[in-house]
Design a binder for this molecule. Structure first.
Ligand code: ATP
Ligand code: MG
Length: 269
């Protein structure tokens, strides 16, 4: 399902102009990372995709739906949004109820709901915790519950707002696996992140925002190679990308394997 954003502007009631003319097309099954300094407008932008915010000017299309014509609850069938702070999202007494709420609400029958809930609980590693109250879980457990409660809805579009912030390496690796799984299923995933290594390793396309506008948009290698431009929005390319540049390696490096390959090539000649 395509996402089409046309000249989107958003002014908050207090007069803050958070988005200033954003136009983007995101195709079915694309995996996009959204980066940029604090206050750049990342969260404001994604909240327009599921109708939590409405454009002050411009349009947002989710497939053939213009978001202004549809309620948040209708849009929930197309766009799943995992909040940055799970405490804004969780309200049920057990993990299982929480994860079942969405599919039940979308009208899936009990058999389908049970299968989707089980799948989401397995993917997030919460199967053994399904009877626990989310508020008795660790912050990581709550974050994974929030993620599972969106995965279970099986929406074509999934938005993750800073999924890895504050997470250990094992949890970050699990989130990367879940994103890879969603890729195989043809889901569109938009992830806001300040974790630039995570961005380089998991996303083909990167969009950088600066003060409510698109600063850069393109393949990860192109965007993360633009050190000077990224600096305007206080994003540093990954350590290895910068090291590769300092070593004057011919291509932009995104991960360890690429670094080793390029480094060996240079040192063996
Ligand atoms: N509810 C609100 N009312 C008024 N201004 C807001 C509101 N939410 C955000 N803003 C302002 O809008 C601008 C964009 O904020 P937004 O939260 O979208 O940025 P962000 O890129 O998600 O930042 P962060 O990386 O810190 O999460 C900022 O200037 C912010 O202070
Ligand atoms: Mg934000």
């Amino acid at each position: 399902m395509n996402i089409e954003i046309r000249d989107l502007c958003h002014i908050y009631p207090n007069g803050v102009e958070a988005l200033r003319g954003i136009s983007l097309s995101i195709g079915t099954g694309e995996q996009v990372a959204l980066i940029g300094q604090n206050g750049a407008g990342k969260t404001t932008l994604v909240k327009h995709l599921n109708g939590l915010l409405r454009p002050t000017r411009g349009e947002v299309w989710i497939g053939d739906w213009e978001t202004r014509q549809f309620s948040v609850s209708r849009l929930a069938a197309r766009v799943g949004y995992v909040f940055q702070n799970p405490d804004e999202q969780l309200f049920c007494k057990t993990v299982e109820e929480e994860v079942a709420f969405g599919p039940k609400n979308l009208g899936f029958d009990p058999v389908q709901t049970a299968a989707m809930v089980e799948d989401a609980l397995m993917l997030t590693g919460l199967w053994d915790k399904r009877g626990v109250n989310p508020y008795d879980l660790s912050p990581t457990g709550r974050k994974m519950t929030a993620l599972a409660s969106i995965l279970s809805m099986d929406t074509p579009i999934i938005i993750l707002d800073e999924p890895t912030t504050g997470q250990d390496a094992a949890t970050t690796a699990r989130i990367a696996q879940i994103i890879a799984r969603l890729r195989k299923r043809g889901k569109t995933v938009i992830t806001i992140t300040h974790d630039i290594d995570f961005c380089a390793e998991n996303f083909a396309r990167v969009i950088a925002l600066l003060q409510g506008q698109v600063l850069l948009d393109g393949p990860a290698r192109e965007v993360l190679g633009q050190e000077e431009l990224l600096a305007q929005t206080y994003v540093e390319p990954p350590q290895l990308t910068r090291l590769g540049k300092r070593l004057e390696l011919p291509e932009t490096i995104l991960n360890q394997d690429e670094f080793l390959r390029a480094y060996r090539k240079v040192t063996t000649h």
